[in-house]
Each structure stands twice: as structure tokens, then as C-alpha cells.
Design a protein around this ligand. Structure first.
Ligand SMILES: [Cu+2]
Length: 175
């Protein structure tokens, strides 16, 4: 039985009321590492099975950046984050444009404006934070989230022609 509830709180910021929404459920968290890049990613699985992804990162170049869950929970900048291995694929093809796709770990491009900040929240149906099933990301060797240098074209194999890996976050279970 998965514990899920929604909690909302009105927060006063600079005199403006801001509705801060916290989603409770199975959760994983990660801190990005990368040259001059800082940020966090949080994923919460809701009662519907949809995962809410909340990502914020700074120090990125302007433009679109491929954003995926990769197979192994290891981020080593010395090897260009190759230690995270390929996409969490589970026998599927990469990209929403592929008939045999997408990979469970495929997510939308992050859009970054001139201030170098990516700040996004979106829903994912492709993977689960549970420990069973073919679409689980919390398997024996963990998983990592990678931000790429360029845009994912959502079709080219195996990673959407999205370029080098510029940031990496190992996913860890959180409270
Ligand atoms: Cu990737």
C-alpha cells in the first residue's frame, strides 16, 4: 500500500501569496554534479502511478537539453559520466517519435534561457519508483539522471543525438 497524499501551503514571498504544493509518495532525490552546474531532481510516484518530476538546475547553456534516466547510479565526471551507462531502455527504442519507443527513462527536453537555469515540473508515465516490474528504476545498480549538452530529437538511436553528458545525479530514495 503506497502512502499518498497532497499537501498545499500558502507561502508569503515578497508580499505575494505563492501556493507551494508538496506531493507525498514514494520519492527519489538526486543532486546534479557537472562543471559549473548545480541543481536537484526530485521524483515522486503518486497513487495513479504517474511520477511527478521536479527539476531545477543552474549553470547550463541556453537552449534545449536532453534529459533521461540512465541505467546505473554512478556519476563520475572523470569519464564524462559514462559510468551511468546507457539509457534505462528495457528492450525498447529511444524516443517518443519511435514506434518501438520510448525508453522508460525518456523525459522531455529541459529548456534553458539566457540565465542558464532550468526549472520544470512534469508528469512521467514511463517508469516506476517501485522495486518490481520491467519499468522500475530502483534496480540493483540504481539509476542516474543525465542532462545532455544538446537537444534530444526524440527519435535518433540510442539517445536522441543529444550530445555529451554535462550533468549527472545519482538517484537515492528520500523521505
Ligand atoms: Cu541520456
Amino acid at each position: 500500500m503506497r502512502l499518498t497524499r497532497f499537501a498545499c501551503a500558502a507561502v508569503m514571498t515578497a508580499g505575494l501569496p505563492v501556493l507551494a504544493m508538496a506531493v507525498d509518495g514514494d520519492k527519489v532525490l538526486g543532486d546534479f554534479q557537472g562543471e559549473g552546474i548545480n541543481g536537484t531532481v526530485e521524483m515522486v510516484e503518486t497513487a495513479s502511478g504517474i511520477v511527478v518530476v521536479d527539476v531545477r538546475a543552474e549553470g547550463l547553456s541556453e537552449g534545449q537539453h536532453g534529459f533521461h534516466v540512465h541505467e546505473v547510479g554512478a556519476c563520475d565526471s572523470a569519464d564524462g559520466f559514462k559510468s551511468a551507462k546507457g539509457h534505462l531502455a528495457r528492450g525498447l527504442e529511444h524516443g517518443v517519435m519511435s514506434a518501438g519507443g520510448p525508453h522508460p527513462g525518456d523525459m522531455p527536453n529541459l529548456h534553458v534561457r539566457s540565465d542558464g537555469v532550468a526549472d520544470a515540473e512534469f508528469f512521467v508515465r514511463g517508469f516506476t519508483l517501485g522495486t518490481e516490474g520491467n519499468q522500475r528504476i530502483l534496480d540493483e545498480d540504481g539509476s542516474a539522471v543525465i542532462i545532455h549538452s544538446g537537444a534530444d530529437d526524440y527519435g535518433t538511436q540510442p539517445s536522441g543525438d543529444s550530445g555529451e553528458r554535462v550533468a549527472c545525479a545519482v538517484l537515492e530514495t528520500g523521505g
